[in-house]
Design a protein around this ligand. Sequence first.
Ligand SMILES: [Zn+2]
Length: 294
Amino acid sequence: MKRARMFVIVVATVLACGPASPAAWGMDVHRWITRRAIDGLPADIRPFFVAKRDFISEHAADPDLWRVVGLKGNLGEEDPNHYLDLDILDEPVPFTNVPRDLAAFVNRYGADRATRMGRLPWRTEEIYTRLVNTFRDVGKPTAPYAADNSRYLVAVLAHYVEDAHVPFHATGNHDGQLTGQKGIHSRFESELVLRNLNRLRLSPVAIRPVANVRDFIFDTLVTSQSFVAAALDADRKAVTAHPGYDDAYYAAFFSHGRTIVETRISDASSAVASVVMSAWEAAGRPRLPVEPAR
Ligand SMILES: [Zn+2]
């Protein structure tokens, strides 16, 4: 059965019903983090992306929509591209025994289990490599779409980098189903964030070189997994005091889980900007022209 991690499978219902629901908000968080990341890029590449900021942030939700229509990529079905269930691989924390080479990973756990556990680091690496190659083509007369394509790939790459920062994308207890906390996935990554957007104390976007994007995503997932117990605990405390997932519940959830949300969102924006910057450097720092408006 497919796991609806971002709950976008009900997007059609949302559209039909009008007002916002948690289903749409998961995608809005992706858009918002991506927008922050673009604004935090260094001045030598920022204008190229800011010129199409709406386009990029809108499409940062696309990979979740590909799951809705069953699109498949080179690595297989879309769903496992969005997570890696580190803590049900029967390896000790901090998961240094988990192979970071995809063939070795599949070899260690078997093809079926490897697919079920997810493949977010390798999917991110795949898109990153496409971006580096596309950056190299920007400005060549033989590649008239390279500029637009590189912006689209940034949107897609942002999605996967952001997913790696969500604790519930790094655990087998991805929707609280193992601890009687069903629904925590969207409560945490969607509604909790969107109810508190204006209250979040976020660090400025910081650019750090990313030498190996696959290792970077692995390390990010290990950190995300380390927040799972605390996020579950925050939800448990909130729902014990305020059953029903009402305003009082979310206020309590925020007071107990605030630091986790702020840390992961700050880090996600910085990570997106850092990965984009590193891809551009890996491509040889090509000139990224801002096309005149037509
Ligand atoms: Zn996703």
